[in-house]
Structures are given as structure tokens and as C-alpha cells.
Design a protein around this ligand. Structure first.
Ligand SMILES: Nc1nc2c(ncn2[C@@H]2O[C@H](COP(=O)(O)OP(=O)(O)OP(=O)(O)O)[C@@H](O)[C@H]2O)c(=O)[nH]1
Ligand SMILES: [Mg+2]
Length: 296
């Protein structure tokens, strides 16, 4: 009997939700960085194994939005949990539940969703701290399962998957069995470039960047991608480009390597930097840059 289910991966920023999604799929489809608020969209990851099709929804980290972009991100979380069969709450194994976790749990409870607690980054914690976290979380609600793990080390992810399987309802698969994601190729390209910006620039700059793919044309053995990186200030543009274009070149080199791996073809990557002042506060610009509410 075939089973198919949707599971939302939720939690505060930077706890390892996207790392977990990639570990579950064994492929990198969601970008990861050391900085909080890396993920901005709902990212779908599909895993078909045996009779089961898991459709995981990675979400932005839950936070108090301060910009139009932030409001969009929180909407993406609420949209993701609205119509799923269960949720995976990812939290830091070393930390007791805070307001964000409590509020998320209340929301999931109001939707009557079974919740698996994934206590991540156990490699940075100790058995005593993990036990303390489990006790604190268990006092809040009844979890379908509690899975301590280290997504980055692929440790405990199989146990989580076995627990997730129990939440899948019977039903026909929705996606072809070799499909990995429903993200359009342009979005994947723009996300990979954004990841390299997050990894090469400090603090506020990457959070104020959006990447728009202006050209995506497939030649016989070459894929041409032209992307515009929008930042919020002239001074940010200078830093993004770097001395003699050195920083932009680094971003381009790393992005091209990843994109060639993902698409399996040679890539010509052309990057441009532009300024759109304070775009994160402007609802129209947020939409322009691809952050459009999904109606499903
Ligand atoms: N040590 C350790 N680091 C981890 C683990 N899982 C994730 N990380 C790191 O934690 C950081 C954040 O990971 P992400 O997967 O981007 O976190 P996220 O929850 O998706 O973050 P947002 O998208 O910002 O909400 C990255 O530097 C990861 O490498 C883990 O099990 N152990
Ligand atoms: Mg993420």
C-alpha cells in the first residue's frame, strides 16, 4: 500500500532545518549558512523510498518580522503548516524551549498536527543537556517522537525518517518517484548565488540581497545564466564587488561550481550588482524579487 504525506520542517532561525532537509534527501536542495534567516521561501524536498513518498517543506526560521520581506517569510511558515500531515520541530539540543518554540507548538496544536521533535546539533551538546532539553520539551506537549540528532553529521537522521514514516497517510504518490523538488530551475540558481553571498559577505549585506535571474538559456553544451544581485546601498554594492571585482569573482566561482554539479552541464555565469534602496521594506520590490505569496 502506497503512502504519501506532507511534513513541514519548522523552528527558529539557524537551528539546522535546511541542513536536515538536505540530509533527509541526500542531496543539497536548500541553501545553508552560518547566518540566521538564510531560508526565505518554502522549499519542497521530495523523498520517494519503497512504498513511501515524503514531501518535506523546509521553511524560513520563525522570527518577529521587521520588514516586508520578514512578513513574507512568516507567511511562508504559516502557509506551509496549514495543510500538512505532520510537522518536524527542529530545535537546538543544547537549549531549553524558548518563546519561539512555545508559540510554534501552540500553533501546531491548534492545527491538530502530530509533531516530531528533532533536537539537532547534539555534536555540540552533552548527554546531560540533551536530557534536560527532552524533559523541558516533554512538559509542553505530547510529541509523536523525540529524535536527538546531528543533521550535519547525518547522525540520527535515519531514526527521524523512521518516525516520520509513521505519520504518512495511505495515498497515491503526488510526484514522479525521481523528482527531488518542485523548485523551478531559476529559483535554484538564484538560491545558490545567494548562498555564496551569505558565505562571503558579513552581517547585514547578504540579508539585504536578492538575486534575480534575468537570463537562463540552454545551449547545446552550455547553460548561460545572467543574474542581478540587488543590494540596499551603494556602499554594499562596493563591498559585494570588492577590489577589482575580486569578491564578485569569488561569489561567481563558488556558485558556478555548485550549479555545474547540480545541473550537470558547463555553466557561463554572468553576475551584476545593482542597488534598490531599502527594498526589504517595500512590498512591491519584495514581490518583484520573487517573494510572492503562494496560494497553495
Ligand atoms: N555542529 C552542527 N552544526 C549544524 C548541524 N546542523 C546544522 N548545522 C549548522 O547550523 C548552521 C545553520 O544551518 P541551516 O541549515 O542553514 O539552518 P536553518 O534552520 O535552515 O536556518 P534558517 O534558514 O536561517 O532558518 C549552518 O552553519 C549549519 O552547518 C549539526 O547537526 N551540528
Ligand atoms: Mg534554512
Amino acid at each position: 500500500m502506497k503512502k504519501t504525506g506532507f511534513l513541514a520542517i519548522v523552528g527558529r532561525p539557524n537551528v539546522g532545518k535546511s541542513t536536515l532537509l538536505n540530509a533527509l534527501l541526500g542531496e543539497k536542495i536548500s541553501i545553508v549558512s552560518k547566518k540566521p534567516q538564510t531560508t526565505r521561501n518554502r522549499i519542497t524536498g521530495i523523498l520517494t523510498r519503497g512504498e513511501n513518498q515524503f514531501v518535506f517543506l523546509d521553511t524560513p526560521g520563525m522570527h518577529k518580522p521587521k520588514t516586508s520581506l520578514g512578513a513574507y517569510m512568516v507567511k511562508a511558515i504559516n502557509g506551509a503548516v496549514a495543510d500538512v500531515d505532520g510537522a518536524i520541530l527542529v530545535a537546538d539540543a543544547d537549549r531549553e524551549p524558548g518563546d519561539i518554540e512555545k508559540r510554534l507548538l501552540e500553533k501546531l496544536k491548534s492545527l491538530d498536527l502530530p509533531v516530531i521533535l528533532a533536537l539537532n546539533k547534539t555534536d555540540l551538546s552533552s548527554p546531560a543537556h540533551i536530557a534536560r532539553s527532552i524533559a523541558a520539551y516533554s512538559g509542553l506537549t505530547e510529541f509523536a517522537a523525540v529524535a536527538p540528532m546531528a543533521a550535519l553529521k547525518n547522525d540520527g537522521v535515519d531514526i527521524l525518517l523512521a518516525e516520520a514514516e509513521k505519520l504518512l497517510p495511505e495515498g497515491e504518490w503526488i510526484f514522479p518517484e525521481d523528482e527531488l523538488t518542485d523548485q523551478p530551475e531559476r529559483q535554484i540558481a538564484s538560491e545558490v548565488i545567494r548562498e555564496k553571498i551569505l558565505r562571503t559577505c558579513d552581517d547585514e549585506i547578504p540579508h539585504g540581497c536578492a538575486v534575480v535571474i534575468e537570463e537562463f538559456s540552454e545551449g547545446r553544451d552550455l547553460l548561460k545564466i545572467r543574474a542581478e544581485i540587488y543590494c540596499e546601498r551603494q556602499s554594499h554594492k562596493r563591498i559585494l564587488i570588492g577590489k577589482n571585482g575580486s569578491n564578485l569573482k569569488t561569489i561567481g566561482t563558488y556558485a558556478r561550481e555548485d550549479l555545474e554539479k547540480f545541473f550537470g552541464v558547463k555553466i557561463y555565469l554572468d553576475l551584476w550588482v545593482r542597488v534598490r534602496e531599502n527594498w526589504r521594506d517595500k512590498p512591491a520590490a519584495v514581490v518583484d524579487f520573487g517573494y510572492r505569496p503562494k496560494d497553495d
